[in-house]
Design a protein around this ligand. Structure first.
Ligand code: ZN
Ligand code: ZN
Length: 45
């Protein structure tokens, strides 16, 4: 079990973002893209 850095929700398997190193659940990012919401926000800014 690991905790999502974005929403704090615990999930059995949390992918780790290869860009910023944060962990996120499947609601906060795409494990295939390996981009969490933090990265997506950065790209749009
Ligand atoms: Zn989350
Ligand atoms: Zn990220």
């Amino acid at each position: 079990m690991a905790e999502c850095d974005i929403c704090g929700r615990t999930q059995e398997d949390t992918p780790k973002c290869t860009s910023c190193g944060r962990t996120f659940c499947d609601r906060c990012g795409d494990p295939v893209e390996e981009h969490c919401e933090f990265c997506l926000d950065d790209e749009e800014a």
